[in-house]
Design a protein around this ligand. Structure first.
Ligand SMILES: [Mn+2]
Length: 450
């Protein structure tokens, strides 16, 4: 009996140890993109557009004060982080051309050489040629007449790491409130110049084609998202463990950032929200500088940006470690809505179907929905609010976040829960399941604090 017990204990210890090693290996693994990923994406785009010349501009300069992050659409078809680049695709010839600035010695010294210094890279990257940007206009002048004088450019706004195309449009509109700030966006300026230079050209919008492709994640993107889901979930877990009365919100932000940066993230999917007490009712709270008190709830909305793929998670927990009965009641409703959504997601389902299911689940559980509907949240990918047609039934390979919430400013607390999910053939995979959301699990994790 004793031997058997000892053996069992040994097996348990060994398997625990291997479990820890495995978690370490999984979190430490570097994923990235396979080399031909971007060649295939360009082929897919060209197979659909079929005509003219497709022109995509990269981020023009290094961005002060932050790591360089390439324009999302440009990155999607190149995977390149060189500033000042332009990509031209000629669908009828099935060829792609890259244009890069000719760097001075000084630029090379400070920033390192761009691909123009490595002409042989073109074969590996599947490019027909790498040219200096100064050749772009002559290239267009030579190529456009043979391609029917048709130019596909981005006629809709760009998206950013934490801003959808439609949000860019709204913020530009907001900036225009004051006529001193109402200059054209860089995209619109480029289109205006192209129209001036090539007045005979027909201009068509390439964004619907791009958005349709970006909507369905590739196996490489899914692998990155899974990894990001794991490290971002672990980050929130560490923030939960760092919570104590008297600590500042930014201490939780620091605990979470350490985890994602340690595992290869280049930045965050959006500025981390660590909102305690009354701040939890401010949806995009940004300051993170309040001192937390016993009795506060803290709402944290956080996700990493790993290899240009974003994750979006929200959890809400009590600073003291225990929810009040009133908070528990609200938490159960938010959680029930989230879980009812997650269990129902599968290909073919519409937002309306999900909402009907949510209402029937709440009814069965005898819970008052307090106005919460559930449904399908925002797409997630290269941007936290990613591109893609809205209002269509779910398809395998879509990734989106759903974030039910109840806010009570008069009581000084709000509750939001959010997971990022991948639609699979049979249902969905919660990419952010690594951080607990069940009431009891949250409270028991908080008990582990020293
Ligand atoms: Mn979200």
């Amino acid at each position: 009996m004793i031997d058997k017990f000892k053996l069992r204990r040994k097996v348990l210890l060994v398997s625990c140890w291997w479990g820890l090693v495995l978690v370490g290996v999984i979190l430490a693994a570097r994923i990235g993109y396979p080399p031909d990923e971007f060649i295939q994406r360009r082929q897919r785009l060209m197979a659909q557009v079929k005509e003219g010349v497709i022109l995509l501009f990269g981020e023009p300069m290094l961005q002060p004060g932050r790591h360089f992050r390439q324009d999302n659409d440009f990155f999607y078809f190149t995977g390149l982080e060189d500033p000042g680049a332009v990509l031209a695709m000629v669908p009828q010839a099935k060829k792609s051309y890259l244009f890069l600035p000719r760097q001075t010695e000084r630029e090379i010294l400070f920033e390192g050489p761009n691909l123009l210094q490595r002409p042989r890279a073109k074969t590996k990257l599947g490019l027909a040629e790498i040219y200096p940007v100064s050749y772009l206009d002559e290239f267009l002048a030579r190529t456009l007449p043979r391609q029917g004088l048709c130019l596909y450019v981005r006629l809709q706004p760009r998206d950013e790491v934490d801003q959808a195309r439609w949000e860019t449009r709204i913020f530009v509109g907001r900036r225009h409130r004051l006529h001193y700030n109402d200059q054209l966006t860089l995209d619109n300026y480029r289109v205006q110049k192209l129209r001036e230079r090539y007045p005979a050209c027909v201009f068509k919008d390439v964004t619907p084609y791009i958005d349709r492709l970006r909507l369905i994640k590739t196996p490489a993107e899914i692998a990155i998202l899974r990894h990001n889901g794991r490290i971002s979930a672990e980050a929130i877990k560490q923030a939960m463990l760092a919570t104590r009365p008297g600590a500042f919100e930014y201490e939780l932000e620091a605990a979470a950032l350490f985890v994602i940066f340690r595992h290869g993230a280049r930045g965050f999917a959006y500025p981390p929200i660590v909102a305690s007490g009354p701040n939890s009712c401010v949806m995009h709270y940004d300051r993170n500088d309040r001192r937390m008190k016993e009795g506060d709830l803290v709402l944290m909305d956080f996700g990493g940006d790993l290899d240009h793929m974003c994750i979006d998670i929200t959890r809400t927990w009590p600073v003291s470690g225990a929810f009040t009965p009133e908070q528990k009641e609200a938490y159960r409703i938010v959680l029930a809505v989230l879980k009812a959504c997650l269990e129902f997601y599968r290909p073919g389902v519409t937002s309306r179907d999900v909402q009907a299911h949510v209402q029937s689940v709440l009814k069965k559980k005898g819970l008052d929905s307090r106005g919460l509907k559930g449904g399908i949240g925002h797409y997630v990918g290269l941007a936290t609010h990613d591109v893609g047609p809205r209002g269509i039934p779910l398809e395998e390979g879509m990734v989106f976040a759903i974030e039910p919430a109840l806010y009570y400013p008069e009581k000084g607390w709000g509750i939001r829960l959010e997971d990022t999910v991948l639609i699979t053939a049979e249902g969905c995979e919660v990419l952010t399941a690594g951080v607990p959301k069940e009431l009891e699990e949250v409270e028991s994790l908080l008990k582990r604090r020293n």
